[in-house]
Ligand binder design. Structure first.
Ligand code: NA7
Length: 548
């Protein structure tokens, strides 16, 4: 008997996705006594950590900081093996949480939500799934993740290739044996930078096709030190609170000095010490690296020198040097021996800006007039980030307006939580919220808490519907934009800007104003009776603007 036959088709809340957002939603909605169902396209929990099983995948947030704060016992019991957890361990953690809290009965696996249709007459969402069922839900919560629609390579001839191809974001669960093989990796973003050193060790020969060189800092992951772990475990709640009060949701020392205010030798010393510690915190060496072009260039120059020191072949080193965009404005990478990998005899870099890929052939890749033959091709070509997954669902709001129509010129949300015209549809870490610019665990918990408190509040006051008001949404979109353009971020053709997808509007999608400021704003809005949202009370069709 299928799971769905025993489930109600009328529920309070439909949740889309069983990653870390979906799992925490289960905990909260169950505690609050809502009826709900969770739909998950994969066969297991974990979201991004379920799909991204490519060799070398690991988190760039320290493991002690990349976990839930809502289970204090688990926080003490769970043991991470390394300072930066590898993907299998994070997936194990997600599975453990699901089992420990008996969450699986709430989740329908292998079930993709294909459409969500708002019925104005009933004020309910019709959620149509890939099993053919349509569920009626008062509320719909999109816990669909920010990097969950892998982008296939738009390269001519892909289908003609006769060997196996793999996308890092859809890596086979059974693993891939690349030993002794001639392998191509196309792309040099975070995924490729993590995968390349591991693939190089297995493969007979590896060729990397690079379009844009990337800045990367050594992660310097190491086995978990018992004393360090204990320090965290003895101070967890206090440190979690400190994390919430930061701009990016991480616990580490931030400089309150501007690079512009210190002499070059001192800058260098600081960069050296951050490089030695490792990880993306390098970008917090000074407080002006994201805003001051000269300071940023000093940091970029430092990393370029490191690349030249590490990579022995000068021509390869030069090809790997990132130029033309400020450091950190494409997501900064954290690697384990990435640049060193180019010193191996079995690794070759092809700079496709100089030797463009003409097409993929039955045997391999034709680039710069040369045909490279491969036994396997790995596409590390990224994602249709932040909006791709939402827009792949046929979402229709009031008057049949589709989300794709509404977001034609880029995503428009109020606080990244809701979008006007789509009542009762919430997004977890949606565009217009700090999301990918922060420790996702911190942002996920903040959003799930805010949304579920909101649902409880609506229930208490007998409100049936809530919707982002257009004026508040317009003001928020303007604010998100204004904040982004105070920084150097819009200068890069990044996935933050939608620039990696041809035809996608160029809009800086996440909110860069900082996690803590953002949280204060969300809390203030709630405290003012959901200021800027429109609430509809029971028995009344008239929407009322929440108290100013
Ligand atoms: P990214 O960061 O979007 O990287 C994708 C890479 O693939 C990047 O180097 C692209 O070059 C390259 N790319 C994309 N399409 C092509 C084609 N057609 N030909 C050649 N090269 C191409 O994705 P990741 O998966 O690495 O990382 C995504 C996020 O996941 C990451 O930031 C972490 O937050 C986790 P480009 O730079 O566009 O020139």
């Amino acid at each position: 008997m299928s799971q769905t036959q025993t489930k109600p088709s009328e529920i309070d809340v439909a949740v889309v996705g069983a990653g870390f957002s979906g799992l925490y939603l289960i905990k909260k909605l169950r505690d609050q006594g809502f009826s709900f169902r969770v739909f998950e396209a994969g066969s297991g929990v974990g979201g991004t950590w379920y799909w991204n099983r490519y060799p070398g995948a690991r988190c760039d947030v320290e493991s002690m900081q990349y976990s839930y704060s809502w289970d204090p016992e688990l926080e003490q019991e769970w043991r991470w093996s390394e300072t930066f957890a590898p993907q299998p361990e994070i997936l194990e953690y997600a599975n453990h949480v699901a089992d420990r809290h008996d969450m699986r009965p709430h989740i329908e696996f292998n079930t993709r939500v294909e459409a969500a249709d708002f019925d104005e007459a009933t004020g309910r969402w019709g959620i149509r799934t890939s099993t053919g069922e349509t569920v009626s839900a008062r509320f719909c919560i999109m816990a669909t993740g920010c990097l969950s629609s892998p982008r296939p390579p738009e390269i001519e001839g892909v289908d003609s290739y006769q060997g196996p191809t793999y996308h890092t974001g859809e890596w086979p669960h059974e693993g891939v044996d690349l030993s002794g093989k001639r392998v191509a990796v196309i792309g040099t973003g975070s995924s490729a930078i993590q995968a390349i050193p591991v693939i190089a060790e297995q493969a007979g020969h590896l060729t990397v096709f690079q379009r844009t060189p990337n800045y990367s800092i050594p992660a310097r992951t190491k086995p978990m030190n018992a004393q360090y772990e204990q320090e965290w475990k003895s101070n967890y709640q206090e440190r979690r609170e400190i994390m919430r009060r930061t701009a990016v949701g991480n616990y580490f020392a931030r400089a309150d000095l501007a690079a512009a205010d210190v002499p070059p030798e001192e800058r260098r010393k600081t960069f050296e010490s951050r490089w030695a510690v490792g990880g993306t915190r390098f970008m917090s060496s000074f407080n002006d690296l994201a805003t001051n072009a000269e300071s940023n260039e000093a940091a970029a120059q430092f990393v370029r020198e490191k690349i030249r020191e590490i990579v022995k072949d000068p021509a390869t080193a030069e090809a790997l040097i990132p130029t033309g965009y400020p450091i950190g404005t494409k997501r900064i990478c954290a690697d384990s021996h990435y640049f060193e990998t180019y010193n191996r005899d079995n690794v070759r870099l092809v700079n496709i800006k100089e030797h463009p890929i003409h097409r993929i052939t039955p045997k391999g890749v034709l680039a710069g007039g040369e045909e490279h033959e491969f036994d396997a091709i790995v596409f590390a070509t990224g994602f249709d980030a932040m909006t791709g997954t939402l827009l792949n669902i046929d979402i229709k709001g009031r008057s049949g307006l589709t989300l794709a129509e509404k977001w034609e010129a880029g995503p428009r949300t109020y606080l990244g939580l809701m979008t006007a015209g789509f009542p009762n549809m919430f997004m977890i870490t949606g565009p217009g919220s700090p999301s990918v610019l922060s420790n996702m665990m911190v942002s996920i918990e903040q959003h799930v808490d805010w949304v579920t408190d909101c649902l409880a509040n609506l229930r208490e006051q007998g409100a049936e519907a809530m919707e982002a008001g257009l004026p508040a949404e317009d003001a928020w979109v303007e604010h998100v934009n204004e904040m982004a353009y105070k920084t150097l971020y819009p200068k890069a053709a990044s996935w933050y800007m939608g620039a990696n997808v041809p035809g996608k509007p160029r809009v800086f999608m996440p909110y860069i104003g900082g996690c803590w400021n953002y949280r204060l704003k969300c809390d203030e809005v709630a405290a003012k009776g959901y200021e800027g949202f429109r609430l509809e009370r029971e028995g009344s069709n008239a929407a009322s603007q929440a108290a100013e």
